[in-house]
Write a protein that binds this ligand. Structure first.
Ligand SMILES: *[C@@H]1O[C@H](CO)[C@@H](O)[C@H](O)[C@H]1NC(C)=O
Ligand SMILES: *[C@@H]1O[C@H](CO)[C@@H](O)[C@H](O)[C@H]1NC(C)=O
Length: 280
């Protein structure tokens, strides 16, 4: 008995509201990508994965920098979790400016380590090409220091140094500025979501206060306890009519157009006759 008393326009409005909320959630939640998953960590850990996922906006881009030292000139190319040169798996390569354009792998993204602080991430690629004579002929290693800079989304790659005059643990050091590693600002809510939240708060305050007023002061019962009940049922009806008009191309209630034309004509004719009479 109670269920059948619930008016259909209210059900329609609730359905529309649910649809709108679903739409908003869909738009907000569809920006996830996981290109950093291509990086293989030396030892898998959720914390390190989280640091790595900060670099998601920097994926699919090759950073390059030309560096000349003495008579040798090299191009360094870097990608976050992607092939920087011709070698598959190489995230950082050094290309010599000679005939063959010979490529030296400085580090593989399949042997990654990622260390993060409040506004920086240190990305370490290991297992590069072995040194010929230096560093006990160990495998090359590249360290990329990515620092927060809110002004640039993807900065320029800078070659800092190559440390190879030692027995072990040699490395190439690079720097890069990016807003991707910056700490989140206190309020990251967009204007749209703030308006939405204010709207929901106002709506609930209105419903609760109206309900209490109707129940305690007016002494209403049942559905009449809804604030401005009559007004909202009318709005609901109008909304349902509007939806009917927009969404339905054909309906059982549609009147044949000729009927309407005939019925309105007699009303208009007396007015026309009046117009002719006025100037005389
Ligand atoms: C990056 O490239 C990969 C492979 O080419 C592709 O699957 C992915 O959608 C790209 N991601 C972005 C954010 O462009
Ligand atoms: C990297 O080198 C280490 C030590 O030589 C080795 O254990 C590991 O399997 C290598 N990883 C890759 C991805 O080549």
């Amino acid at each position: 008995m109670k269920v059948s008393m619930f008016p259909p326009p209210t059900v329609t409005s609730v359905r529309l509201l649910v649809l709108a909320v679903q739409l908003v959630l869909l738009v907000c939640g569809s920006q996830a990508s996981d290109d950093t998953k291509r990086c293989k960590l030396f030892s898998e850990s959720p914390a390190e994965r989280k640091v790595l996922s900060l670099l998601e906006p920097l994926t699919n881009k090759t950073f390059s920098e030309v560096k000349t030292s003495g008579k040798d000139s090299y191009t360094y190319q870097f990608q976050v979790c992607g092939d920087a040169g011709k070698t598959v798996g190489a995230g950082l390569v050094q290309i010599e400016h000679n005939e063959e354009k010979s490529e030296t792998v400085l580090g593989l993204y399949t042997a990654t380590r990622a260390i993060g602080g409040s506004d920086w991430v240190m990305l370490i690629y290991s297992n590069g090409t072995k040194y010929d004579t230096h560093c006990s002929k160990e495998m090359r290693k590249a360290i990329v220091m990515i620092s927060c800079n809110r002004g640039v989304e993807m900065g320029k790659l800078e070659v800092v140094l190559e440390e190879r005059e030692r027995e072990t643990d040699c490395f190439y050091l690079f720097e890069l500025d990016s807003s991707a590693v910056c700490p989140a600002l206190p309020s990251q809510l967009s204007a749209g979501s703030i308006i939405l939240i204010i709207g929901f708060v106002l709506l609930s305050v209105y419903l609760i206060c109206g309900f209490l007023y109707q129940r305690l002061i007016v002494g209403a019962k049942g559905l009449q306890q809804f604030p401005n009940y009559v007004f909202w049922t009318q709005v609901g009806n109008l909304a349902a009519d509007g939806c009917n008009f927009v969404c339905r191309t054909q309906g059982p209630e549609e009147e044949p157009p000729t009927y309407r034309g005939v019925s309105t004509e007699p009303e208009e004719q007396p007015e026309e006759r009046d117009d002719h009479l006025l100037p005389m």
